[in-house]
Design a protein around this ligand. Structure first.
Ligand SMILES: [Zn+2]
Length: 148
């Protein structure tokens, strides 16, 4: 089993799903196109193009399952087609103020980038990460927020 297939299998199990062939095939389509939004028809076309055609009913059921555990997410566009994409909302790094609860998204995340680079060198297929800095924001620190 290639490394990417192992990672996908593990990702399914970590999400509480049995790593069935159908689930692995569908998730693999999204892993190969991490920045794409795909309709169910497009996913089916990708599967067929790689020699793994899947009945619509099976594909739909699998996509619902993957969505329900948060591996992919669905966006309703207008009245008709739903677009699906790999769910990577947790990739962003955050600064959290423990005094007022303010949350700032880091625009630049060198620590996380470094960790990801090391993970890749070690053969990891990175799915998501979370890096959070807790402290007192400027305003709270100036107002005498909690001491370190
Ligand atoms: Zn604050």
């Amino acid at each position: 089993m290639p490394a990417s297939a192992m990672a996908i299998s593990h990702e399914l199990q970590a999400s509480g799903l049995r790593a069935t062939t159908a689930r692995q095939l569908v998730l693999a389509v999204f892993e190969r196109l991490p920045d794409s939004q795909l309709t169910a028809d497009e996913v089916r076309a990708h599967l067929a193009g790689r020699g793994s055609p899947m009945p619509s009913a099976t594909l739909y059921r699998v996509m619902v399952q993957l969505t329900s555990v948060g591996l992919i997410r669905k966006q309703q566009i207008g009245q008709g087609a739903c677009l699906f994409e790999l769910h990577r909302a947790d990739r962003r790094d955050h600064l959290v103020c423990v005094d007022c609860g303010a949350i700032v998204e880091c625009e630049d995340a060198p620590v996380a980038a470094c960790a990801e680079a090391q993970a890749r060198r070690s053969g990891y297929a990175v799915h998501h990460h979370k890096f959070i800095v807790y402290g007192s924001c400027g305003a709270c620190a100036a107002a005498g927020g909690s001491a370190p």
